[in-house]
Design a protein around this ligand. Structure first.
Ligand code: MGD
Ligand code: MGD
Ligand code: SF4
Ligand code: MO
Length: 701
């Protein structure tokens, strides 16, 4: 038996923690014998969460698919890769020939940005399809961030990141980094970093309809009515202007006067009934923010997946801008990663074309996923007849999952590139599974873009690639070759992801022309990663707007103010559902590992005790939760963490569906929050789903 220690990052979530993994080689093969945080990691300094320890369970899970699976009736049969690629090429080309290119739709799920082979090679095949029906998890997540950055800074990836390690005041809306480990803020060990703000005399304020894990350690927690954040943020911005609390920005800015006029009537007093935060508290928060030496306002999931998601993110940018905390140390700063997607990609485009049925806008060539089911269900020219899902589970992760199931059931052909037969892929005709995470190399092109320090590392595969297995990128190459051969299309040559990263690193700002001389080979000498320093002000020269100035008042956003102005104060008996995350869970797909789901269930509905008693309900009882689109049953827990009138249910559960082959997950299935979320409830400007603030009723089951 030979033991070997490996150092590589975990890329299950955005925190990219460094791990030390021990493998033992014997006659029986290579086994993982221990997974720990790496104290020498330049970025995460030993932090680890329970999900990383479960990497060995993913590796060993008997339910994980290891070869292409073809559905024959209700049975699954293993087939050869070549046969699978040929079948896909034949079926998709025939459908496109008969019904047009847009008859094939694509949905790319969350791991698409966590796995570098998917980042580099998905489009090698998907691009050949030339379909406008492209969808992804972006529009149930962070689309408002990208749209705001595209409109204000000229590039959807110029996302200012909170300078958590240097700020004196952090205002967090709709993020619970203690559970999520941070999002659009890659920050391993966030709890320590938040406590460090407090230790240096600074303050952390959390705005959330639930007293979340993060709110519990904050200096101040503000309850807000779900979906009311735009009103709260308008109240803050209005107070900053009205009380003379603004500071000139060092950035070149257009449109500030238009902003001042646009928010002139949105006083704290006028906004208070819409967000349920007392006007005095709004004004004081604005004063505290402005008085801090440095401060940063940060909004995440809870404020992007709601009816005014884009207004919220625009207001977050403006609050940082008018207090001169945008592009300032201790405020919000853009990263300078070693492989820079801002430098290598175009700035994005918006609303150049619209979806067929509801006329939803494209962003960067994708439609909002809320429109996916209707594109399949609505007959007529351009109807979607086939779907490809890549590393996604939209039945559990997109609004009105039951309607989507109905749509999937009617497709002529469905291909899934995934590791499991789950709630979505059970509808596929063919599932193509890739190698597992630890059998892959990895370089994080996505989350280094969002990291609170500039860091760089290359992760080598630590387990051998099993015979007959293919990496995700190789699957896309195989599909592209078969499809090009079948349709007579020209296929440009490609190269492995590691080669692309090497070129990107060497051409980048720490590459051949710099003293760092970063390359894939040079990173091999730094298994704990390379620290490239703290974030710095850099936005002015990087702006990609036409006149290289910040656009404070983009016309598309100002036009959305009319929709906001029509917002009414809520009815007294309103009950709104929001979501939550738990550190032992990862969206819909990590419930099949005993070590993560053991102990008490974590997928109950949380409800304030007064809301329970006013409905004659008791703690622990089974209840029926209904919305416009559906009904589920779930156990309810009494929780003083909840704001009155608000219930919380995590998404990604609901595994008790026929045909799912995930043994452990099905033993503790829970119910799907997205059987209740409404495909018609949107941030209408961007088309992002409003998953938070869904009107529901709760009664005894
Ligand atoms: N109500 C509600 N809904 C939500 C959210 C919410 O907060 N509330 N959150 C939303 C957010 S932020 C997101 S990102 C989405 C996520 O939603 P999705 O992206 O649709 O789904 P995931 O649950 O992340 O599922 C990932 C899939 O990828 C597969 N997979 C994992 N690793 C790999 C790999 O390396 N290669 C391949 N080929 N497949 C792999 C898994 O088996 C699984 O099927 O959910 C959204 N939905
Ligand atoms: N353990 C774990 N980590 C994860 C994931 C996971 O599933 N599990 N998923 C990953 C993914 S894909 C993402 S996108 C990130 C997301 O990371 P975060 O953005 O931190 O998301 P959540 O942890 O869902 O926290 C959202 C918070 O918003 C609150 N909220 C809901 N509605 C509203 C509202 O209307 N207004 C305000 N102000 N707050 C509201 C909720 O109560 C919750 O506390 O997490 C990533 N990390
Ligand atoms: S927080 Fe957990 S899941 Fe996320 S990267 Fe770190 S170890 Fe992995
Ligand atoms: Mo996400």
């Amino acid at each position: 038996m030979t033991k070997t220690l490996h150092h590589r990052a975990c890329h299950l979530c955005e925190a990219i923690c460094g791990l030390t993994i021990e493998t033992t080689a014997s006659d029986a093969g290579v086994q993982i014998t221990s997974i720990k945080g790496d104290p020498q990691d330049s970025f995460s300094r030993g932090h680890i969460c329970p999900k990383a320890v479960a990497l060995q369970d993913i590796q060993n899970d008997p339910d994980r698919l290891r070869q292409p699976m073809l559905r024959v009736g209700s049975e699954w049969q293993a087939i050869a890769w070549d046969e699978a690629f040929t079948l896909v090429a034949e079926r998709l080309s025939a459908i496109q020939e008969r019904h047009g290119q847009n008859a094939v739709a694509v949905y790319q799920g969350n791991p698409s940005v966590h796995n570098y082979g998917l980042m580099t090679h998905s489009n090698y095949f998907l691009g050949l399809l030339k379909t406008r029906n492209r969808f992804s998890a972006t529009s149930v997540d962070q689309l408002p961030h990208h749209l705001t950055s595209h409109l204000m800074y000229g590039h959807g990836l110029l996302l200012p990141i909170p300078d958590i390690d240097h700020t004196d005041f952090m205002l967090i809306l709709g993020g619970n980094p203690l559970a999520s480990n941070g999002s659009i803020m890659t920050v391993p060990d966030v709890e320590k970093r938040l406590k460090a703000i407090q230790a240096r005399g600074g303050k952390v304020v959390v705005v959330d309809p639930r007293r979340s894990e993060t709110a519990a350690i904050a200096d101040q927690h503000v309850f807000v009515r779900p979906g009311g954040d735009a009103a709260l943020l308008f109240g803050l911005l209005n107070t900053l202007f009205a009380e003379g609390l603004t500071r000139d920005s060092h950035l070149p800015v257009d449109g500030l006067e238009a902003v001042r006029q646009a928010v002139a009537s949105f006083s704290a007093e006028a906004m208070s009934p819409l967000c349920a935060v007392p006007a005095g508290q709004i004004r004081q928060l604005a004063r505290d923010f402005a008085a801090a030496k440095t401060a940063v306002c940060y909004g995440r999931m809870g404020v992007s997946t709601q009816a005014f998601g884009t207004l919220c993110h625009w207001l977050v940018q403006l609050i940082n801008l008018v207090t001169d905390n945008l592009d300032r140390v201790g405020g919000a700063l853009c990263t300078e990663p070693a492989v820079d997607l801002v430098a290598s990609t175009s700035g994005g485009h918006f609303n150049l074309w619209q979806s067929r049925v509801s006329g939803r806008p494209e962003y960067a060539g994708e439609f909002p996923v809320s429109a996916l089911a209707e594109e399949m269900l609505t007959e007529g020219e351009g109807q979607v007849r086939a779907l490809i899902t890549v590393a996604g589970n939209p039945v559990l992760s997109t609004p009105n999952g039951r309607q989507l199931e109905q749509a999937l059931d009617g497709l002529e052909f469905m291909l899934s590139i995934d590791l499991y037969i789950n709630e979505t892929t059970r509808y596929a005709d063919l599932i193509l599974p890739s190698t597992s995470a630890l059998e892959n190399d990895h370089y994080d092109t996505t989350f280094n873009m969002f990291a609170v320090r500039n860091v760089s590392r290359f992760n080598r595969a630590i387990l051998p690639k099993p015979e007959g297995a293919l990496h995700d990128w190789e699957i896309f190459v195989g599909l592209a070759q078969a499809f090009a051969a079948k349709t007579g299309k020209e296929l440009k040559p490609t190269m492995p992801p590691a080669k692309m990263i090497d070129l990107g690193l060497r051409a980048g700002r720490y590459g051949d022309a710099s003293p760092h001389k970063l390359s894939v080979a040079s990173l091999f000498d730094h298994p704990h990663g390379v620290d490239l320093g703290a974030l710095q002000a850099n936005l002015a020269p990087r702006l990609k707007t036409a006149n290289q100035r910040v656009q404070a008042a983009p016309p598309a956003i100002l036009a959305d103010l009319a929709r906001f102005a029509a917002l009414q104060a809520p009815p007294a008996d309103e009950l709104l559902m929001i979501g939550r995350r738990h550190v032992r869970s990862n969206n819909s797909w990590m419930h099949n590992y005993h070590r993560l789901v053991k102990g008490k269930p974590r997928h109950q509905l949380l409800m304030h005790p007064d809301d329970l008693s006013s409905r004659g309900l008791i703690d622990g009882q089974r209840v029926r939760v209904s919305s416009r689109v559906g009904v589920i049953e779930v156990e309810v827990l009494s929780s003083v963490e909840m704001m009155k009138g608000v219930v919380s249910l995590p998404h990604g559960w609901g595994h008790a569906r026929p045909g799912v082959q995930m043994t452990i997950a099905m033993g503790q299935p829970g119910s799907s929050a997205n059987d209740l979320t409404d495909e018609r409830q949107l941030d209408e400007l961007s088309g992002n789903a409003a998953l938070n603030g869904v009107p529901v009723t709760v009664a005894a089951a």
